[in-house]
Write a protein that binds this ligand. Structure first.
Ligand SMILES: [Zn+2]
Length: 323
């Protein structure tokens, strides 16, 4: 009986997977290394690793596969376009390759942030909502939007680039070539740059200056968050500044989309209220609809499993739609 669904999250170094049952409950999961030059070899290794959960070598219990993948993904055709971290995978029929590697079962594709958003929407912080916005604060900043229960992909599969919403055209440079994108403040690279600039300008506390001097290029947002958690005013201020910019972006998005809920995920979001409280205040000041001013702006719940869980949900729903 084909009663299980496989969700895959393909990153540049590892491929994580989750197996779920018909009712959405978790069966198990694992990960294998990514070969960024060879999709077929990676998928073969993954199929072998997941086989014990799926009934054995022929995967007799597998009903459908979903994959969340970094890059420009066409969820209708399964085509993967540009994907800088997966040079051997880009510009290919990835949906076809995924189906072929798993015995010809149906496949569903999404980009990585949309996969994570869908996981949160079905099984995490977005449960029970209809319209959800997610912002993922990692090294860079990703985004995704669900409207009426469906992922918004756009006419050219480029929707959801919330990290490159320009908040100040004279702001700091962004990896995309623009200036003042949300990512330049609220991604970990931007937040650490702001921290070092504060120290260099003499505006930091002695404790923050000492932390930056001691860790040098090993400094992470977690280190700054720990100091902030201990009450260091300068470290608190770094997260507050990033949170205000995040809130500016959220306020703009709420005025355009009026969602039920906004989910903030990614490593920087582990700072919790240090970044969420100033985000809520800044967003509320910009939101025009009075009823929307207190909308929930909440942390993600599923952590690094989110995209694989979401991919499994997409696979399950695609198979059930086709049934
Ligand atoms: Zn940008």
């Amino acid at each position: 009986m084909r009663d299980l669904y496989l969700g895959i999250d393909t990153g540049g170094t590892a491929v994580k997977y989750e197996v779920v049952a018909n009712d959405g409950s978790a069966v198990g999961g694992g990960e294998v290394p990514t070969d960024p030059r060879d999709a077929a070899a990676t998928l073969r290794a993954l199929a072998a690793d997941a086989a014990p959960l799926l009934g054995g070598a022929g995967l007799p219990r597998l009903a459908a596969v979903g994959m969340a993948c970094a890059g420009i993904v066409n969820p209708v055709t399964g085509h993967l376009g540009r994907s800088p971290n997966l040079p051997g995978w880009e510009n290919s029929d990835l949906g076809g390759a995924v189906s072929a590697a798993f015995g010809g079962v149906p496949s569903a594709l999404a980009n990585d942030v949309n996969g994570a958003l869908y996981g949160e929407f079905r099984h995490g912080a977005g449960r029970g909502c209809r319209d959800v916005v997610m912002i993922a604060l990692g090294t860079g900043v990703g985004g995704g939007v669900i409207i009426d229960g469906r992922l918004l992909v756009g006419s050219h599969f480029g929707a959801g680039e919330i990290g490159h919403m320009v908040l100040d055209a004279d702001g700091p440079p962004c990896t995309c070539g623009s200036r003042g994108c949300l990512e330049a403040w609220a991604g970990s690279t931007g937040l650490l740059r702001a921290t070092r600039e504060l120290v260099a300008a003499g505006g930091a506390t002695p404790a923050l200056a000492a932390l930056v001097a001691r860790l040098g290029s090993d400094l992470t947002t977690r280190d700054v968050a720990e100091l902030a958690g201990a009450g260091d005013a300068a470290a608190v201020g770094v997260f507050a500044a990033a949170g205000r910019k995040l809130g500016q972006a959220v306020g703009n998005l709420v005025n355009v989309l009026d969602p039920d809920r906004v989910i903030i995920g990614g490593g920087v979001a582990r700072a919790g209220e240090l970044i969420l409280a100033p985000c809520r205040a800044a967003a509320s000041a910009l939101i025009l609809a009075t009823e929307a001013q207190g909308l929930p702006i909440v942390p993600a719940e599923l952590g690094p499993r989110a995209a694989a869980v979401g991919a499994a949900s997409l696979a399950r729903e695609k198979a059930q739609e086709g049934a």
